[in-house]
Design a protein around this ligand. Structure first.
Ligand code: GAR
Length: 214
């Protein structure tokens, strides 16, 4: 049985597209069974429609109200659980998910992060290229890398834990920063690596899953 994947996103969904393209080429070993967005204008929802993948918009209004937020998380988890995914991919999902949510999908949620994160949860990363760089966490890490004038940044896929942008690393790629980089040019180079990496990670998890059923 192929690995069932739910993708959560807030925006363009070019990483989703990479998964859908690999699936269409019968090269993923997995099936994207659901796409969920917290924004109605997330282009990723259009990509899902085009590929005839079930999709849902689960809006969060008044995100700062804890009761509303927890009811939203509950709804989100219920929608996802109805599709019985083996894997939940946070592919540009710009909301922090609580321990309660993660407990519904134990060890099944992975997160894409557009910066380098370390294996040991520390605050620095030793790059293969040499320099030690800070582990950038949060929602603005591409801009942070430029502001800090880092020589190198990159991207990471890790298992999601209640600690934001932490958790066991599954894959990481370094991306050198050019002197003339803008946030856009740098993010686009990072995303090119992210698209390659998410396909490789899902393929690897799909192989593990298939062995479990052998
Ligand atoms: C990716 O760079 C991903 O790492 C980032 O959003 C982008 C989504 O691109 N995620 C975060 O910043 C999560 N905090 P896409 O919509 O084109 O797939």
């Amino acid at each position: 049985m192929s690995l069932r994947v739910a993708v959560l996103l807030s925006g363009s969904g070019s990483n989703l597209q990479a998964l859908l393209d690999a699936q269409a080429a019968a090269d993923l070993g997995a099936e994207v069974v659901l796409v969920v967005a917290d924004r109605a204008d997330a282009y990723g929802l259009q990509r899902a429609l085009k590929h005839k993948v079930a999709n849902a918009y689960v809006p969060l209004k008044r995100a700062h109200d804890p009761a509303i937020r927890s009811a939203w998380e509950q709804r989100l988890a219920d929608v996802i659980a109805a599709f019985a995914p083996d894997l939940v991919v946070l592919a540009g999902f710009m909301r922090v998910l609580s321990a309660n949510f993660l407990q519904r999908f134990p060890n099944q949620v992975i997160n894409q992060h557009p910066a380098l994160l370390p294996d040991d949860g520390s605050d620095t990363v030793r790059t293969e290229a040499g320099p030690v760089v800070p582990a950038l966490r949060g929602a603005h890490v591409v801009a942070d890398a430029l502001r800090l004038k880092l020589p190198i940044t990159g991207c990471t896929i890790h298992r999601a834990t209640p600690e934001v942008d932490n958790g066991p690393v599954l894959a990481r790629t370094e991306v050198p920063i050019r002197v003339d980089d803008t946030e856009e040019t740098l993010h686009e180079r990072i995303k090119a690596q992210e698209r390659r990496m998410i396909v490789a990670v899902v393929q690897a998890l799909a192989r593990e899953h298939a062995q479990g059923f052998a």
